[in-house]
Design a binder for this molecule. Structure first.
Ligand code: ZN
Length: 269
């Protein structure tokens, strides 16, 4: 069998315009699934997987793992902490109560194999390098396949803008994205949105940089997060005409992103 990469994209339940993507990388030794999406049925195209990798522990990336009974699951050690915490099971119960059809078969399966910085898998003819890249979440990981120039970025990269879920590593995140944009990667698959090339990495880094600059200068003038956001609308950061075509989600997320940058900068003062 020749090495291959297969992508599966699903819409999040209840939102036809918000896709999430998982992948299977097939080498001659291992068939490695990267993220398991929302429910086991999402994983039907990946039958026969021999390893599962999580890019992070958010629900839309890891609730379909029950499709692979007995298959080892690998993730960052913080992903294991988060998925074994009582809040994870409580959140699934809440989501299932709201939408039983979408989440009846979803299960939380924490990674049994964890790592702190980097882990390399020899899939047979393909190397699968997992790199911790905190930012979107503290447990975020990107998956590099050097032979293919491929980076499966999880939610470390999104099109058109990244989601800054939590403060703590935001500036480091932009630096790492810039480093990856110069690392010879030719194909970038974001967790949400259409795949592209290294320009996606550079664009997400530039977006984060603009938010950090705006937040620094706003805080120096004594502005609140809302005042900083009012002076930096999303339309000003994207090519002309793009923002009008986006779901409302991104305008709201942009405002939340600015609040997270402000929280990170204030914590560092
Ligand atoms: Zn996501």
């Amino acid at each position: 069998m020749l090495p291959s990469v297969t992508l599966v994209t699903r819409s999040l339940p209840g939102s036809s315009d918000f896709p999430v993507t998982a992948a299977m990388i097939a080498g001659t030794r291992h068939r490695v699934v990267v993220d398991t999406l929302i429910q086991p049925a999402d994983m039907a195209p990946f039958a026969g997987a021999t390893l599962v990798v999580y890019t992070h522990s958010d629900w839309d990336h890891c609730w379909g793992t029950a499709a692979f009974p007995g298959v080892p699951v690998i993730g960052h050690r913080v992903a294991r902490e988060r998925l074994t915490a009582p809040e994870a099971a409580e959140f699934l119960a809440q989501m299932r109560a709201k939408n039983p059809a979408a989440f009846a078969e979803s299960q939380i399966i924490p990674p049994g194999l964890t790592f702190p910085h980097r882990l390399t898998i020899d899939a047979g003819g393909l190397t699968i390098d997992l790199h911790h890249l905190p930012g979107h979440t503290a447990d975020s990981v990107v998956v590099h396949v050097p032979e293919l120039g491929l980076l499966l970025a999880g939610d470390a990269v999104e099109r058109p803008i990244p989601t800054l879920s939590e403060p703590g590593h935001i500036r480091q995140w932009a630096e790492e994205l810039r480093r990856w944009s110069r690392a010879g990667v030719t194909h970038v698959v974001p967790g949400h949105g259409r795949p592209g090339g290294p320009e996606l990495l550079a664009a997400n880094a530039a977006y984060i940089d603009r938010l950090v600059e705006a937040a620094e200068s706003g805080l120096a003038k004594g502005q609140s997060a809302d005042e900083i956001a009012a002076e930096l609308p999303l339309g000003a950061l994207l090519p002309p005409g793009v923002v009008e075509q986006l779901p409302d989600y991104y305008r709201e997320q942009h405002r939340l992103n600015i609040a997270q940058v402000v929280a990170e900068l204030q914590a560092g003062r």
